[in-house]
Design a protein around this ligand. Sequence first.
Ligand SMILES: Cc1cc2nc3c(=O)[nH]c(=O)nc-3n(C[C@H](O)[C@H](O)[C@H](O)COP(=O)(O)OP(=O)(O)OC[C@H]3O[C@@H](n4cnc5c(N)ncnc54)[C@H](O)[C@@H]3O)c2cc1C
Length: 299
Amino acid sequence: GAVCASLLAARGVAVTLFDSGRGPGGRMAQRREVMDDGTELRFDHGAPYFTVSNDEVVRVVGGWEARGLVAEWKAMFACFDRETGKFRDFDKEGTMKKYVGVPGMNSICKSLCQEDGVVSKFGVTIGKMDWLQDRSSWSLASLDGKDLGSFDFVVATDKNIASQKVSGLTGKPPPLDLSVFPHLSAMIQDIPVRPCFALMLAFSEPLAMVPVQGFSFYNSDSLSWAFCDSSKPGRHVPPNSQSWVLRSTTEYASKVIDSMGPRKPSADALAKVAEELFREFQATGLNIPQPIFMKAHRW
Ligand SMILES: Cc1cc2nc3c(=O)[nH]c(=O)nc-3n(C[C@H](O)[C@H](O)[C@H](O)COP(=O)(O)OP(=O)(O)OC[C@H]3O[C@@H](n4cnc5c(N)ncnc54)[C@H](O)[C@@H]3O)c2cc1C
């Protein structure tokens, strides 16, 4: 979404960006946590990195690299077989250059949202999007009913704008009434939704039995990936500690979310998820110590 906004602005379009989040990042956000002793921790709890194959995107990312917004993450990846307890397929996932935002994944969006021609408004949730036929424009209103103005075009980057599931959270109909746009309805249905949980972990010592910075899980019902966040370039890491972000399988997340219903997970529910995912991590036999910080997040 931020790339779209900045590319349009670079071509002279006046862009207004609304985001319900407190700051830029979305699914590329970085989470800041403060431990009881005041130590600050940061986690890329969404997208851990990205690769580029399209030439046009290579050029855009090259520009970000020159500006210091992204850097290559020279990480070795592998696959861990939960049944045999062994790593295999070293670097199978690592053949393409891996990029990360510096000092966090959100730095890319942060910079793009401040570019000339982009007016960014955070903490604003779009509650209503109406197409005004007589004025050929969109009228937007916030969830609390404030008029946000009229716009020639709207780019939406979240399927939730037309999802009935939103009503379970807001108690209001979704912002976009799809009955007015039947062709959009089918297109939106085709966009897959893959829920997952991220588990943020910090350890006071490195995981000595893990020889790689990222690995996928084979034969695990609940874990799909693990990334050593503190091994990325430009990260601020407390001395001697190592931080990891684990990602659940979609199947595990769907089962938990189905049992919770369409509401925000409670702190207790997230703590239970964190315990379950951490137990699975320890069951790998990789000598995983007790973490000094552990928290789950639902995506
Ligand atoms: C755990 C995880 C792992 C991932 N791994 C990778 C990876 O390895 N490689 C890769 O390339 N990609 C990965 N992705 C996907 C990548 O993060 C997304 O494709 C990308 O960030 C999407 O950007 P976007 O701007 O389209 O949407 P988003 O980043 O989701 O931004 C949409 C924004 O809209 C806001 N919003 C929603 N509804 C409203 C509303 N009604 N009003 C106002 N604002 C609203 C949201 O708060 C959000 O900030 C991963 C994502 C996740 C969650």
